[in-house]
Design a protein around this ligand. Structure first.
Ligand SMILES: [Zn+2]
Length: 272
């Protein structure tokens, strides 16, 4: 049950969403966590308990992609707890509500830092997965992407190569590694969406990972209203016009209901 202050914040957020024409959302690990996927950073996070992966991950891959692929296939065969939890994860009420806000015309675009595919599975259509998607593959040369199951990897001929005519670049998992540049197309889309935004909402992100963290800051600096949905205080909190201190699985369905309620109310007034 949401407390009164949170309910008031949600009503105000609904008003702002209804006035806005182009709301952009930045979603983070908090949303995945509510689907049972362990986070990387923070208390109990995978990297907090097991140490951060090497910062030169991409360099290691680029230096010897064949060896990297051999290790990846061996790891996949061995399996691990993280892989299992992500494999079984389902979109939660927060993912579904965010997709519903798009259907209602209240959210124009979602920039997600999550790689778990749950936004897509919830029905989000206008989506940039800035750190990639674990179920996709990508050519590092031309940026072409394929669903993993449509791109069989021949273990006798590693690394896999791009099938685009005249490319033959090395293919890797779409998930962006440490030290790997974010694909330019994804960056360009995020920048264009942020530049158009007349409302910006962050959900379940502590906004410490750049460049993603820069988008809400940039919007707020331009005077665009910033809504924060997060159970805890974040570095963005001081910039936020409206703070909803709740988990996305509770807050976003309540926000959908509030938007519907206010829509109906204003429609009623208009027809009287
Ligand atoms: Zn290619």
């Amino acid at each position: 049950m949401l407390d009164e202050a949170t309910q008031t914040a949600i009503r105000r957020a609904a008003e702002v969403l209804l006035r806005s024409r182009h709301t952009v959302v930045l979603a983070g690990a908090g949303m995945s966590k509510e689907s049972g996927i362990p986070t990387f950073r923070g208390e109990g996070g995978l990297w907090t308990t097991q140490g951060e992966p090497p910062l030169n991950q991409y360099e290691t891959f680029a230096a010897d992609p064949k060896r990297w692929w051999e290790r990846r296939l061996a790891d996949a065969r061995a399996g691990n707890a993280f892989g299992a939890s992500i494999e079984g994860a389902q979109p939660n009420a927060g993912h579904l509500a965010l997709a519903e806000l798009e259907d209602m015309g209240r959210v124009a675009h979602v920039i997600s830092q999550n790689i778990d595919d749950l936004h897509r599975r919830a029905g989000q259509r206008s989506l940039t997965e800035i750190h990639g998607n674990r179920l996709w593959m990508r050519c590092v040369r031309c940026g072409m992407r394929w669903p993993r199951e449509e791109f069989p990897v021949d273990e006798a001929d590693l690394p896999p190569r791009c099938a685009a005519p005249g490319c033959s670049g090395v293919v890797k998992g779409d998930t962006v590694m440490f030290g790997e540049p974010i694909p330019p197309l994804a960056l360009a889309r995020c920048e264009a969406e942020t530049a158009q935004a007349d409302c910006f909402m962050t959900v379940g992100t502590s906004a410490v990972v750049y460049p993603a963290a820069a988008y809400p800051i940039e919007a707020a600096r331009r005077g665009v209203p910033l809504i924060e949905v997060n159970p805890e205080e974040t570095p963005l909190t001081p910039l936020a016009d409206i703070v909803v201190r709740a988990a996305s699985g509770e807050a976003l369905p309540a926000l959908v209901a509030a938007v519907r309620g206010q829509q109906t109310a204003s429609h009623g007034e208009g027809t009287r």
